[in-house]
Structure formats: C-alpha cells, structure tokens
Design a protein around this ligand. Structure first.
Ligand code: G16
Length: 542
C-alpha cells in the first residue's frame, strides 16, 4: 500500500559540490531523508516505469536509507531498481551500472572521504542517466523543491533482504540485487592489459593497496589479488566497516600515513596506492616518491596510449582550475585541447558526453576518463599498473623522466579546516573586493601580475558558473588559488593551492614546500590568513 505522508520542509537541503552532506544525526531528524529523496524524485521528469540504481559506500546509516529509498522509489513510479549486494556500490561502479543498464539515474549514498559512524558524516547524491553527478540545473531544482515540499510517498512494506543476489518484488517494482564488483571488474578488463599486469606481478613486482576499511576492499581484492595475481595481503584494511575503523577514509598523506611511511621505508613495495570512502579518489606513491594528483593526471595522459582502452589516443584533457598546469603541457605536446573547469566532477560531464575530453583529473585526488562519469580510484591504479607493466621502469624513474621532458610544476595544497564560517567568508569576500587593486602589488616579496575570480563558461551547453575561486598569478609564473571547500560538514575549510613551474631538469628531489616557500608566504600575507583565522599553520598539507 502506498502512503502519502504530510511533511514540513527543511531549509538546508542544498546539494553541495557532491550532493547533500551532513552529520548522521542531522539526517536522522524526522522525515529529513524522506524529504530529500522525494525532492529528488519530484525534480525528475519522465521517471515513470524507469530503472533506478541505488547503492552506497557502506558507511553507518547506509542500510537504513537504502530501505527508505527503495520503498519511496516503488511509491514514485519506478519499475525497477538495481541495488548492490548489502547496499554496497562504489561511486564509479554505480556510475558504470547506470550507464551499462541504461538506467534513468541513480542514488548514491556516501560522504566520500569524510569519516563515518553514528555521529559522523553521511550523504545523498543523485546521478543522472549519463552516470554522472546531476548538473546544477537539477541540483537547483532539488533544492527549490525541498523548500516547499508538503508530502512524500512511500510504500508500506517490510525491509527487503539485500544480502542475497537475485530479484524480488516490492509493491510491483522489481528490485534486482547484483554483485557490486562483477560489472565493474569486467569493464576494467576491457580497458587494461590484464595479461601484461599479471606478468608484471609474476615477475616479482610488489604492491600495497590501502582500502582504508572502505568500499574498495572487495573490488581491490577481486581485481588485484584474484584476477591479476598480486600477492595475498596486497590489499590492506580490505574489510569495509561502517565507521571505517574509526579512521578518516581520505587517501592523502595525513590519513594514509601508514602506507606513506611504508613506501618511504627500506623494504617498500614497488607501488603503493589507496582509495577513499566511496572509491572515487586515489593516492599514488612509488617507492620513495609521492606522486601529486596533478602530476599523476599529466603522467597518465602522457602514457595512456599504452593501455588498450586508450590506444587510439586522447580527444582532450580536462582538469579543475586549482589543479596544476602539468596536464596542460602534455595536452599541448599531444596537440589536443585542455579544458579548465570549476572544482566538482559534475563539470566534466558535458565535455565527456560531447566527446571533447577523454581524461579528467583534479588536485583533490580524483582522476578518471570517459569510461564512467565519476572519478575512479581503482581505474587510476590500474592505468598506473598498465603503464608500469608496459614501461618496466620504477615509478620514480617514470616521474623523473616526465619532469625532465616537460619540466616540473611544484605544487602543494594547504587546508585550514573547521574554521568559523563568518571569518572564512569574510576572508574570501575581502579578497574579491581587493581584486582590482592586487596587480602590481607586493605583500611580502613577490609581485602580483594579475588576479581574478574564476568563472567558467561551459563550451557544450553555454552555462555559466561564477565565483569559483580567487586566482592570483605572480610575475615569474607562480600561482596561488583560494577557495572554500564545498564538501565539509562542520565550519568552513579554506583551501590554498600553490604552484610554480620550473622548466629545467634541475631539482628532481626538491621538496615542494621549500620550492614554494616564497609563494606560500606571499599568499598568506595577501589573504591575511593568520590575522583573520587565528591559525598559524595549515591543518593538512598535501
Ligand atoms: C568532491 C567532488 C570533486 C571535488 C571535491 C572538492 O569530491 O566530487 O569533484 O574535487 O569534492 O572538494 P572540496 O570542495 O572540499 O575542495 P568527493 O570525493 O568528496 O565526492
């Protein structure tokens, strides 16, 4: 029986960079989940009789929300839902399923790299029929709907068993419970030379993959250990846990410290990698060398032709604005276009759909291609493995060769987390107001050449996105970018992105913090970070 339940709106259901993210207790308020899911459904025209994919990263509250979403999908006209067993689907695997099964869209439950647990983070995101995060036109409609919603529709039914594969009926809607790994692993086998990678492992190549007790554990075990023959135990922390073992499933140098230390030690394996809560981010570390996500994108682009899925070459490369210019140099040499988009994977969707870009990447540890419409952690790891198998050099040799050939873009990101929203917004507003007077000025030792607030004009649909981050270019080629994070759930996070290009082959082992010291000082002085936030140092440096 379908019930129509009266409800009152919440005013804070505005999807951010990547869907709606809040603390679990926030989502547990009466009708909070139901309101948002109904707002999504109400914003989708033509959903009647369609297929919906539902899955999440397994974090605390995942199972409860999936049952609610299923009952509401059944009451809102969907004919079929496809759910990963146990409610599990990594974000890229969900994107793939939406595309492979020609679904109308998908609901992905995740707060990505944020911690999980009863008082930690949760998230709900809608992906459209191309498999990618809903464009702003849809997220705006969802937000508008959530502010006026008066009722939601739900089927009165008991919870479904989601732990056994197969199809069941839910009030006339078919629920198909699928193996979350199968289709995804098959896609990876089509893109990469699994024989060559198997050969690499057979020859004694060693690897450590940190699944961070998050969703990629089962994917990595199946693909790396079972199909590619990596030694048992290659996958660390491979058991997905609702609280990620109490850790932050963020594959950066702070939260994947154990892996980093191992890779810098004497008995380091040849290759180290990690992925985040929902499996879309990646961390790449060679023996004795961390590869920044910006460099990784450039290296993957320069070598992608070595993998069967990209043997025909790349149509173009897209990167988010704060990502370093390393990929630009590769695009230039390859003679293909380079697109600079705002932060947020959704901005790549049109370029991928239109066949203008093949590879995309962001400084925030996301890399992907047109195989799905999300960034894809394991995909990046497998492309690296394919390249390593083809080139038979170490990660360090490959990176150094790249820098010798293209020059090096020193890069670092400084994050100031959990600062009060008001001073963080004031800092940005003040920078914006001072943009016209910055060129020619010097706060410490460098001179500003030009400064702007990044605005994006989508070349495919003509849409505009404004106020996407303050860019300050210094004389001599260095750059500082300031923006506030769109994914945090408490207070504000100020991100400061710093880079400088060095054309020559010198300084291969130079520490970026040292190479960028003057840019860091200048950026801090221009924005008055210490005075405005009271912080003397960033919380996270990557
Ligand atoms: C999300 C988006 C990414 C984006 C990142 C930025 O990542 O999917 O495209 O780069 O947010 O985060 P912030 O706004 O905090 O800098 P994820 O992995 O959280 O979905």
């Amino acid at each position: 029986m379908i019930k129509t339940v009266p409800t009152t709106p919440y005013d804070d259901q505005k999807p951010g960079t990547s869907g709606l993210r809040k603390k679990v207790p926030h989502f547990q308020q009466p009708n909070y989940v139901e309101n948002f899911v109904q707002s999504i459904f109400d914003s989708l025209q033509g959903r009647d009789g369609q297929t919906l994919v539902i899955g999440g990263d397994g974090r605390y509250f995942n199972r409860e929300v999936i049952q609610i979403a299923l009952r509401m999908a059944a009451a809102n006209g969907f004919a079929r839902t496809i759910v990963g067993r146990g409610g599990i689907l990594s974000t890229p695997a969900a994107s793939n399923l939406i595309r492979a099964r020609a679904a109308f869209g998908g609901i992905i439950l995740s707060a990505s790299h944020n911690p999980g647990g009863p008082t930690e983070d949760f998230g709900i995101k809608y992906n459209a029929s191309n498999g990618g995060p809903a464009p702003e036109r849809i997220t705006e409609a969802i937000f508008a709907r959530s502010r006026e919603i008066a009722e939601y529709r739900i089927l009165a039914a008991a919870d479904l068993d989601l732990d056994a594969l197969g199809t069941r009926d839910l009030g006339g809607m078919t629920v198909e419970v699928v193996d979350p790994v199968e289709d995804y692993a098959a896609l990876m086998e089509r893109l990469f030379d699994f024989d060559a990678i198997r050969d690499l492992f057979r020859g004694g190549f060693t690897m450590a993959f940190d699944a961070m007790h998050a969703v990629t554990g089962p994917y990595a075990r199946e693909i790396l250990e079972n199909r590619l023959g990596a030694a048992a135990g290659t996958v660390m922390n491979g058991e997905p846990l609702p609280d990620f073992g109490g850790h932050h499933p963020d594959p950066n140098l702070v939260h994947a410290r154990e892996l980093y230390d191992r890779m810098m030690g004497d008995d380091a394996p040849d290759f180290g990698a990690a992925s985040d809560g929902d499996g879309d981010r990646n961390l790449i570390i060679g023996r004795g060398i961390f590869v920044t996500p910006s460099d990784s994108l450039a290296l993957l682009a320069a070598n992608a032709h070595l993998a069967p899925g990209y043997a025909g070459g790349l149509k173009g490369i897209a990167r988010s604005m704060p990502t370093s210019a390393a990929a630009d140099r590769v695009a230039e040499r390859l003679g293909i276009p380079l697109y600079e988009t705002p932060t947020g994977w959704k901005f790549f969707g049109n370029l991928l759909d239109a066949g203008r870009a093949t590879l995309c990447g962001e400084e925030s540890a996301g890399t992907g291609s047109d195989h799905v419409r999300e960034k894809d952690g394991l995909w990046a790891v497998l492309l690296w493995l394919n390249i390593l198998a083809a080139r038979r050099q170490s990660v360090k040799e490959i990176v150094h060769e790249h820098w010798r050939s293209f020059g090096r873009d020193y890069y670092t990101r400084h994050d100031y987390e959990g600062i009060d929203t008001a001073p963080a917004e004031a800092l940005m507003a003040d920078l914006r107001a001072r943009l016209p007077e910055l060129p020619g000025s010097t706060a410490a030792s460098m001179t500003v050449e030009r400064a702007d607030d990044f605005a994006y004009h989508d070349p495919v649909d003509g849409s505009e996105a404004r106020a996407q981050g303050i860019r300050i270019y210094f004389r001599g080629g260095a750059r500082a970018v300031f923006r506030l994070s769109g994914t945090g759930t408490s207070g504000a996070t100020l991100r400061v992105y710093l880079e400088r290009y060095a054309p020559g082959p010198d300084g291969l082992d130079r520490d970026p913090q040292e190479a960028l010291a003057d840019v860091i000082t200048e950026a801090n002085a221009i924005a008055g970070i210490r005075a405005r936030t009271g912080r003397t140092a960033p919380d996270v440096v990557t």
